[in-house]
Ligand binder design. Structure first.
Ligand SMILES: Cc1cc2nc3c(=O)[nH]c(=O)nc-3n(C[C@H](O)[C@H](O)[C@H](O)COP(=O)(O)O)c2cc1C
Ligand code: SF4
Ligand code: SF4
Length: 178
């Protein structure tokens, strides 16, 4: 997908996306990354050609739901959200997750996906631990009631500290005023 987006931006050529296309979301992702078409091999072998019909139907449903009239409207749409490593450092704000306790129903999906142990389970709710949150936003994507909001951090140093909190001994300089 990285190469599809790079070729789409650098050259005036049609790009075919491929590898790992199973469901309609995979097709949409490649298109949004700049592909003008995708190939599907393994999934069609495994599930038969009727699977392709199903994927086409799902793409249609997605386009209707989102109001897209043509594939052209989808192609390259993700470009404005693809950043180089330098842009990531300079332009993209670090985030942290915050739980709206009024909305949280305590389903405990979010602590299961948090690899940073940044979500504390309370008796009937959860809360995030800002000092540990990497800002990956996975928790907000699995929450069934959109109770988790991603907020901008005030400064990058706190973000780096959160990424490194488990290994303070390796980066003492980062924590010297703590
Ligand atoms: C069973 C099988 C055999 C394949 N044989 C070849 C081949 O002989 N030459 C080739 O260039 N690609 C071959 N491919 C790769 C496909 O052409 C295609 O690029 C790739 O499988 C696309 O990814 P997908 O299977 O995840 O959709 C093969 C793929 C599969 C699954
Ligand atoms: S954003 Fe990522 S690191 Fe932060 S609490 Fe959610 S899952 Fe954990
Ligand atoms: S996923 Fe959402 S509802 Fe479930 S515990 Fe986390 S914040 Fe609460």
């Amino acid at each position: 997908m990285k190469w599809v987006s790079e070729i789409f931006q650098a050259l005036n050529l049609s790009v075919l996306g491929g590898r790992g296309v199973n469901h309609y979301e995979d097709v949409i992702e490649y298109l949004m990354a700049g592909a003008s078409g995708v190939e599907m091999c393994a999934a069609a072998i495994l599930h038969g050609l009727k699977h392709v019909k199903g994927v086409l139907k799902d793409i249609e449903t997605f386009m209707e739901r989102k109001g897209y009239k043509s594939i052209d409207e989808i192609q390259g749409r993700a470009m404005k959200q693809i950043y180089s490593a330098r842009q990531m450092m300079e332009e993209v704000k670090a985030l942290y997750a915050e739980v709206d306790l009024k909305k949280c129903v305590g389903c405990k999906r979010c602590p299961e996906v948090c690899a940073y142990e940044a979500i504390e389970v309370l008796p009937k709710k959860v809360r995030t631990i800002k000092e540990r949150c990497s800002g990956c936003s996975l928790c907000s994507q699995v929450c069934p009631v959109t109770a988790i909001e991603m907020k901008e951090r005030e400064n990058d140093l706190d973000h780096f500290r959160a990424l490194a909190w488990e290994h303070k001994d390796l980066m003492p300089g980062l924590f010297k005023d703590k």
